[in-house]
Design a protein around this ligand. Structure first.
Ligand SMILES: [Zn+2]
Ligand SMILES: [Zn+2]
Length: 278
């Protein structure tokens, strides 16, 4: 059995700010930087992560909730910043920084970790998700996507840790206060994954190897952690851990055919509370 050499730290996830960190044996890779430097450092400290170990920053796309901290961060950061082609041209704050550009589908090698990029479906130029692999261990990551693209299905499947958007409960969104145009945008193929879509996708992506499933980018207005976790748990045959309903577990079944499957843990990443997923 492969050793666990990768970890996922979610400093925060949601429409008010996104930042996650992949920890590998040779350092840290930051995914998006949607918090102030001060807030990033506070949250890293809370998770016992050392700022000086960050080797690179990867962007999923250019929306403000994913990039607003990057300008200040990059002043004291000497490592490379990576973004897909077209991502940085649209925003002046980003155009002033120097990025290494890649095309969705390209592979990168960062801090001893193989990084596969793939296209997602969102209302920006070349949005991407990532799959990180190191010595048989794997983390798959996709947020801000209206549908799970065929490329995303391929890249996200069979990872040990799967971080997948579960943005909204469709009924809450439809009955909520958002303007009709915004509702339509979120529900569109270039918007965000609903709890039901996420659960549908997770059922295809989770395998006997998958140990951790993290619901990402939950809307604070149109979702609740318990709704996202319940949708995933129901689809995957997991049981809620307690009455709060914000985490669930699927234990390996006793029958011989499934005995090799790992225990699967399901939880939701929050906007304000950083979590480490190992
Ligand atoms: Zn976002
Ligand atoms: Zn976005």
């Amino acid at each position: 059995m492969a050793r666990h050499v990768l970890a996922l730290h979610v400093l925060g996830s949601g429409s008010k700010g996104n930042c996650a960190i992949i920890e590998g044996p040779q350092g840290l890779i930051m995914i998006d930087d949607g918090f102030s430097r001060r807030e990033v450092l506070r949250r890293m400290h809370e998770l016992d992560l050392d700022e000086s170990r960050v080797r690179a920053v990867l962007l999923t796309h250019e929306h403000t909730d994913h990039v607003k901290g990057l300008g200040v961060w990059s002043r004291r950061f000497s490592g490379p910043l990576f973004a897909s082609q077209g991502t940085t041209e649209t925003k002046r704050a980003l155009a002033e920084l120097s990025f290494e550009e890649f095309k969705p589908g390209d592979e990168l090698a960062l801090a001893g970790v193989r990084v596969r990029t793939f296209g997602t479906s969102h209302d920006v130029a070349n949005p991407v998700g990532f799959r990180f692999e190191c010595r048989g261990d794997s983390v798959a990551f996709a947020t801000d996507t209206g549908v799970v693209t065929p490329a995303a299905y391929e890249a996200l499947a069979d990872a040990r840790i799967l971080a997948l958007e579960s943005n909204h409960d469709v009924a809450m969104l439809k009955n909520g206060d958002y303007p009709a145009m915004l509702k339509a945008r979120i529900l569109s193929e270039r918007g965000h994954l609903s709890n039901a879509q996420s659960a549908e996708a997770a059922a295809r992506l989770v395998t006997g190897r998958t140990e951790q499933l993290v619901a990402m980018h939950l809307s604070q207005d149109n979702n609740r952690p318990s709704l996202a976790v319940r949708a995933l748990a129901e689809k995957l045959g997991a049981c809620l851990d307690d009455d709060l309903g914000i985490s669930a577990t699927r234990r390996p079944s006793a029958d011989a055919a499934a005995a090799s499957a790992a225990e699967l843990r399901i939880r939701a990443a929050g906007q304000n509370r950083p979590i480490s997923v190992r």
